[in-house]
Unconditional design. Structure first.
Lengths: 396, 396
């Protein structure tokens, strides 16, 4: 078996790795899975023959890795070509690899789909599964995605503190939050609120076309109402033309899946701050871009999220072996669905990889407030159990 | 008694407020201090007569406030003029105020010094004390300053996670950290390291003149050695001309103490990233500016820092009453000094306010590595007890 991690790291993607390895080392893999190889830097590790023997890592060390943010095996953003796939199968053949697990988001699911399809075409007998991960929460196959709850927890904590900072010094504070196509992570900023006048007072999502005129008007209205204003903005906000505003301001750099770089720069926040200083006549405007801290900050992961990430990895390996042995399917992804009823709980279910691949999911309409700059109670109810309790903050 | 908070908020400035109020409500204030008034937004609250009756706030609520980041009474950045002072004393006279405590950094200490001097000139009998606070750790009167340990903890945690993120995806990562004049907070990034090849690999402080040529050379060398590079840069880095580079790139906005705005914009990080893309021939360069999260993130304050912040507030009120009653002095600041010996501990001592006021302290030479882009073991030994244990992170 080969396992690898791909795409943007998260705080709990290592928990999925540990879950998958635990299943492979345990009952599920017994007699079916021999070597457990971790490929470094996703499919690049396979192409370069750069493997780690995961059976040699102690359970104690694996437990520590499950609590460590980022991708312990390293990551990549590579869309495999047909040629890549042939090289992968040649490498797999030499090592007698029958199982391949790829942990990642929609682009990584697409990579796994390509590998599975090419394997079928080439007649290479490969059991190929995708394990879900993305802080963006935009996989179409899942109610929510491992990695989201922890990043959302970071964002909600950050906004709770930053709102207090804005209470102390006033003016407008803009916080730019990750999420290329979907507003779920930016929306989580609303969980920061404890009191009616707590920020964020305005929330802008990629799902709602962004208008500079409306933005300036909204900020003026909030300043009038609250005497201050905290704004949560998705890095993916786009105008009516559908082109992300941040992408226009950035370096134009693209990865091999065609995604334009948006994180790792403060350009969008700075540009919005300039706009407000000029048009909204606010003297004190500050902008922070949360950047990579959202996905990598140690020690604050959501417990529910970490448990589910582990579960997704574990179930993927167990299901892959079971379905392959029974001859049902050679390929799939793990969908996380929510149990019905009052008490929060999830099921792990099989879906075709294509259900998670390529196209991202947007925030559903019922989660977006009608005014276009807030979220609904339905979203708060949806997100709260994923994030857990936040540090309480008191005001005078 | 009137108490107020001033300057940039911190994660533990409320603990100082609570310490001061606890002393005033307790033995120290018994029979000496009647009403305890919290002025909202520093001296602006005094000028506007905007007070909170601190005796009416329950101990339970005060405990929660001590654990809440930012300045619960609100803050300001106002240097009091002679006219302001006259208005303050008029207000104080009406309310029969004999004690004034101002919690803040060097500018706030300067404000307290001005108020104390003007009171003496006007013949208004005011006991006026400064209580130290600043995440920058740049008060000349203190071994270290309440607020620093917690902000340093945020920075060290952030770098520990961000270094793992860089391990996963490679390239250069630049993190811009607060600290207008002193490099203490940026230097704390070095506490993130657990292993020899852990980042940050390069640390740039305001105390060492910044050269673009050396920077590019340093990054190239680190890329060659580690195959990746994490850089911690102070927002206050300056060239040979002594002018902060970030200030040249920013809005030019100044507060009434003459400080140019540097935080709340990603301009410095973006500019350094562009430089590396052009000159160091690195393809993947990302820059994050930690911004206000460093001083306001809830739930991760350093316990030692919170305890000392409370202690500084408590001792200030107790000492102020004692010295005023005995006729020794009407004014002072609390200096935090470190006990000699192996076991970490501090003393709280009296100093004239002028010792904390106006001029900032820089990192001492023995804390800066000779290569100009790192810190020394002496700094790590100095900073570690202030920050506490960090979440352990494991790699494969």
């Amino acid at each position: 078996m080969v396992i690898a991690q791909s795409g943007g790291p998260s705080m709990v993607i290592n928990a999925s790795l540990c879950g998958a390895v635990a299943a492979a080392k345990g009952k599920a893999g017994a007699g079916k899975i021999g070597k457990i190889l971790g490929a470094r830097h996703g499919i690049l590790g396979i192409l370069n023959g750069d493997y780690v023997d995961m059976r040699k890592i102690s359970t104690r060390k694996m437990d520590a890795i499950a609590r460590t943010p980022s991708s312990a095996l390293g990551s990549c953003r590579r869309k495999p070509s047909a040629e890549d796939c042939r090289a992968i199968f040649e490498n797999f053949k030499k090592l007698n690899v029958g199982y391949f697990f790829y942990i990642g988001g929609n682009d990584s699911a697409d990579a796994a789909r390509i590998v599975a399809e090419e394997a079928a075409k080439e007649g290479y007998p490969l059991v190929c599964w995708h394990i879900p991960k993305t802080i963006d929460n935009d996989l179409r196959s899942c109610d929510h995605t491992p990695g989201y709850g922890s990043a959302a927890r970071f964002v909600a904590c950050a906004l709770r503190g930053d709102d207090l900072d804005n209470r102390a010094l006033g003016g407008v504070k803009i916080d730019v939050i990750m999420g290329r196509d979907a507003g779920f992570l930016t929306a989580a900023s609303a969980l920061a609120r404890q009191r009616e006048d707590d920020g964020p007072h305005l929330i802008y999502l990629p799902e709602v076309p962004f208008s500079e005129t409306k933005f300036v008007k909204d900020v003026k209205a909030a300043m009038k109402k609250f005497g201050r204003c905290v704004v949560a903005v998705s890095e993916g906000i786009r105008g009516k033309d559908g082109v992300p505003i941040g992408a226009k301001l950035g370096s134009g750099e693209k990865d091999s899946h065609g995604n334009v770089q948006m994180s790792g720069t403060g350009a969008l926040g700075d540009s919005l701050a300039r706009l407000l200083k000029e048009k909204a006549e606010v003297k004190r405007v500050r902008a922070d871009t949360f950047g990579y801290l959202q996905r990598s900050f140690p020690g604050i992961a959501s417990d529910v999220d970490r448990d589910e990430a582990f579960g997704a990895g574990f179930v993927a390996v167990a299901a892959a072996v079971k379905e392959a042995v029974s001859g049902t399917t050679m390929t799939g992804t793990i969908a996380i669905t929510r149990k019905k009823g009052r008490k929060y709980g999830v099921n792990y279910e099989w879906r075709p990889i294509a259900d998670a691949a390529k196209y991202a999911r947007s925030m559903p309409r019922e989660f977006i407030a009608k005014n276009g700059h807030d979220v609904t109670q339905a979203f708060l109810d949806y997100a709260r159990p994923l994030v857990g309790e936040l540090p309480p903050c008191e005001i005078i």
